[in-house]
Design a protein around this ligand. Sequence first.
Ligand code: ADP
Ligand code: MG
Length: 480
Amino acid sequence: MDCQSVWANCLKTIKQTLPEQSFNTWFLPIRAIRLRNSVLTIQVPTRFYYEWLEEHYVEILRQAIRQEIGQDGQLEYSVVNTAANQNPYQKSIVHANKQQGSLLHQPNKQPVPNPTPLNKPANSTYLPTVARKTEKPFQSNLSPKYTFDNFIEGDCNRLARSAGHRIAGNPGKNSFNPLICYGGVGLGKTHLAQAIGNSIIKNLPSKRVLYISAEQFTTDYVNATRQNMIQEFQKSYFALDVLIIDDIQFFVGKEKTQENFFHIFNNLHQSQKQIIMTSDRAPNELRGLQDRLLSRFKWGLTTDIQVPGYQTRVQIIRAKLEQEDGLFSEEVIDFLARKITTNVREIEGIVISLLAKSQLLNEVLTVSLAQQTLGGIVSDEAPSLSLKEIEDLIIGYFNVTTEELQSKSRKKPIADARQFAMYLANQFTEFPLKAIGWFFGKRDHTTVIHACRAIPQKAEQDAQYKYILEDLLEKIRTLY
Ligand code: ADP
Ligand code: MG
């Protein structure tokens, strides 16, 4: 028996029991990829897909498998196309002969668990799904490693953290709805957002909390559109108590996804359900997000997370050491806290590599050894600026307005100012070309690429451009 013919036979059986459209939508896109030890592995395009199958067709699948492979037959799903921060390969197993359901492999966890017989009564399957309304447990996508307990508080995150705490105690029914938390990379946005979610499910286990990246939301939405399942998609969101959407800058420029999100947002907000969002930039820099969405954000609280100050960095280093069972001298801790000024992720990474190094050399870590090691790790790259800072610099320097920068005008000073703005934004911010293009007048990323090539060329060929560029670079240095 090869997997293709087994699956083809399953499909034949399934086809007889389903309306044609459902069959075409849900079963035709499935690919059989393996049959081993009575386990048939099928590949489905997304997690939403998998959940839908499990929610609606698990019995039909079970029967087909039983018929084709026998009582020992099992079905295993492989879900491709998951968000970057999730396990790229999720599995779930349906047994042909048992009434147990399946365990969706949770992201950021141990390897795929073996299905354990739950011996549940005949019709109670244990299926994690977004669409499920009444049964537990609900698949929240939260990683248990992010909690309030291990989130160090400092001036940099105090407001965000305390708002998060308040929300966790009373989700939806507070004045922080929605909560938007923004800040640069590695500063703890995802950690905080998930800590809120984890705290809610711990204290209020009946609440349905969903954590999802804006990227995954978009993928799921696109797939739902393709399959004509928008209503079902939305319904699964309407059933939530708390929606946590990470990195909403991903929605920039994606009009259809935004419309869909707007609808879900309104519905949840009206029913006093909590919405939590994170973004890598302030809402007023999220150009390319519809105004009506942006104005909704003002209903709640927008708060930033800053780069941690020295004292907080010391605490973060200590906490990381404790977690890793490591010990550094006070001098080394002080040295590191002074030296690593970028973000928490970098602090964590450096502490871990220094611990590894001192273990490897079997030596106590001294400041000079740390210094030696850091030489290769800490980047001397210029710190990142915001798009707004670049814009302000350009507006002042060229004496143009924001509107002119964003306009289609090709008048020389305006067009030059715009090109310099794009060039500098690419050099001194962390934003992708697409975001830069959107920020400066909804332009395509190719326009930004063009500017990035044009400016150095012009500066090489024309002394006046060279002078302006050097002058601007000098001004940028004073901004740090
Ligand atoms: P972001 O989403 O802002 O890019 P993350 O939430 O992924 O950043 O944080 C990066 C790393 O730093 C994670 O391992 C997180 O646990 C850790 N971290 C960030 N802020 C803190 C904090 N205040 N206390 C402890 N750990 C933190
Ligand atoms: Mg994040």
